[in-house]
Design a protein around this ligand. Structure first.
Ligand code: NAI
Ligand code: PYR
Length: 373
C-alpha cells in the first residue's frame, strides 16, 4: 500500500504521524511511504533520516494526501478538506463529536476515517489515545503550576507551599489516564490533590495507587461545586469515548472560584467539561480570563513536547497501520475488533454511534456496510 504522511498544519503542532523507525517497519513489509518535506523537523527527524529509512520525500501536501492511506496526528483542518477523495483511508485523531463540518466533509467525500481515539480493546481501554493522555495529563499539572504564577495571570500560589504556608489545592475531574498522570505530577509537586470520578471501582484503584497522598470523591454536582470553591487549579479529564464531553462544571461554579485560579480543560478536544470553555485556545495564545479564572483549553497539548509525543504516539499507531496496509482496511478491521471500533465514517455514513448522536445524523452499523460492500 502507498501511505502518505503530510506535515501537520495546526498551530504549534510539531508532531508527525510517523518516525523513520515506522517507515522501516512499513517499508520492510513491502509498502511505500511518502513523507511531505519537513514533516518531521518539529520532532527532530530530517528528510535525510526518512530517506535513509526508505521513505520517499514529496514536496507538497497534495502529493502526500493522494496516497491510498494518509496518516496524520491531528484532525484535518478546513484547508485540508480539498484533499479528501472517495475511498481514502484516513488514520488519525478525529474527535468528530464537536466537529460538524469535518464530519460532513468526510461523509460527503466517502472517506474511510479511522479515529485513533476510538480504537478500543475489549477491556474498554483506548490504546491509541493512552500515550497522548499520559503526556497531556502530566503537562496539565505542569502548565497549571506555571499559570498560577502572578506574572502569568494567576493568583500567585506555589503548589508545594513552603514550611508554614499551606499547599495549593488541585482538583482533577476524571480519574482515567489523563487524571492519573496529572495526579502523579501534582502529588510530585507537593500539592493537595483531589480526584473526582463517576466510577467507584476507579476511585478504589486510585486509592490503591496513591494511598493517602490524594483525596477521592464521587462525581456529582455538589462534590464538584464544593471542590471548586477552594481549588487553585482544576483539571478537566473526563471522557465518554467518541461522545461530546459532558458539561460538569457550570458557569456559577466558575464564578465561585477565587480570582486568579486556573482551569486546564484537557477534555476540550471532545468539547470540554466546563460551561465556560466555549472556545479552543492555541499554544500561541493558550489562556483567556472568564470571571477572574484563567482558562487553558489547548486541544493539542502534546504538540508542545513533540519529541516525546511523536515517539510515544507512533509506538502504538504503527502496528495498527501495518495491519491496515498488509490486509486492506476491510480485512484488517474484520480481523481486529479494536480497529473496527475506530471506523467513524464509511461509504458516506457515520458508523460511530456517539458521533451520529452528537450531530443528529443517521447512524449505520459498520459491520453491515462491510458485509454489503
Ligand atoms: N487536550 C489535549 O491535548 C488532549 C486531550 N485528551 C483528552 O483528555 C480526555 C480524557 O482522556 P483519558 O484520560 O484518556 O480518558 P479515560 O477514559 O482514561 O478517562 C476518563 C475518565 O472519566 C471518568 N468519567 C466519565 N464520566 C464522568 C463524570 N461524569 N464525572 C467524573 N468522571 C467521569 C471515567 O470514569 C474515566 O475514569 C479525553 O477527552 C481525551 O481525548 C487526551 C490527550 C491530549
Ligand atoms: C489526543 C489528541 O487529540 C492529541 O494528542 O492531540
Amino acid at each position: 500500500m502507498n501511505i502518505g504522511v503530510p506535515r501537520e498544519i495546526k498551530n504549534n503542532e510539531n508532531r508527525v504521524a510517523m518516525t523513520p523507525a515506522g517507515v522501516v517497519t512499513l517499508e520492510r513489509a513491502g509498502h511505500r511511504v511518502f513523507v511531505e518535506t519537513g514533516a518531521g523537523l518539529g520532532s527532530g527527524f530530517t528528510d535525510e533520516q526518512y530517506i535513509a529509512a526508505g521513505a520517499e520525500i514529496v514536496s507538497t501536501a497534495g502529493e502526500a494526501w493522494q496516497q491510498e492511506m494518509v496518516m496524520k496526528v491531528k484532525e484535518p483542518l478546513s484547508e485540508e478538506y480539498k484533499f479528501f477523495y472517495e475511498g481514502l483511508i484516513l488514520f488519525t485523531y478525529l474527535h468528530l463529536a464537536p466537529e460538524p463540518e469535518l464530519t460532513k466533509a468526510l461523509i460527503d467525500n466517502k472517506v474511510v476515517s479511522i479515529a485513533y481515539e476510538t480504537v478500543q480493546l475489549d477491556n474498554g481501554s483506548l490504546p491509541l489515545l493512552t500515550p497522548m493522555s499520559e503526556v497531556a495529563g502530566r503537562m496539565a499539572s505542569q502548565i497549571g503550576a506555571q499559570f498560577l504564577e502572578k506574572p502569568k495571570g494567576g493568583r500567585g500560589v506555589l503548589l508545594s507551599g513552603i514550611p508554614g504556608v499551606r499547599r495549593g489545592k488541585v482538583t482533577i475531574i476524571g480519574g482515567g489516564v489523563v487524571g492519573t498522570n496529572a495526579a502523579k505530577i501534582a502529588v510530585g509537586l507537593g500539592a493537595d490533590v483531589t480526584i473526582i470520578d463517576l466510577n467507584p471501582e476507579r476511585l478504589r484503584q486510585l486509592d490503591d495507587i496513591f494511598g493517602s497522598t490524594i483525596n477521592t470523591f464521587m462525581s456529582n454536582p455538589l462534590n464538584i461545586a464544593e471542590a471548586l470553591e477552594e481549588s487553585d487549579l482544576v483539571i478537566g479529564a473526563v471522557l465518554i469515548p467518541g461522545a461530546k464531553a459532558p458539561k460538569l462544571v457550570s458557569e456559577e461554579m466558575i464564578k465561585s472560584m477565587r480570582e486568579g485560579s486556573v482551569i486546564v480543560d484537557v477534555a476540550i478536544d471532545q468539547g470540554g467539561i466546563f460551561e465556560t470553555t466555549d472556545r479552543i485556545t492555541t499554544h500561541d495564545d493558550p489562556t483567556y480570563n472568564r470571571h477572574g479564572v484563567l482558562h487553558y483549553a489547548v486541544a493539542n497539548m502534546p504538540g508542545a513536547v513533540p519529541r516525546t509525543s511523536t515517539i510515544g504516539l507512533t509506538n502504538v499507531t504503527v502496528p495498527y497501520a501495518l495491519q491496515l496496509a498488509n490486509k486492506g482496511y476491510r480485512k484488517a478491521c474484520t480481523d481486529n475488533k479494536a480497529l473496527l471500533k475506530g471506523i467513524n465514517t464509511l461509504d458516506g455514513f457515520v458508523t460511530y454511534k456517539a458521533v451520529a448522536e452528537a450531530h443528529k445524523l443517521d447512524y449505520a452499523e459498520v459491520d453491515s456496510i462491510l458485509q454489503d460492500s
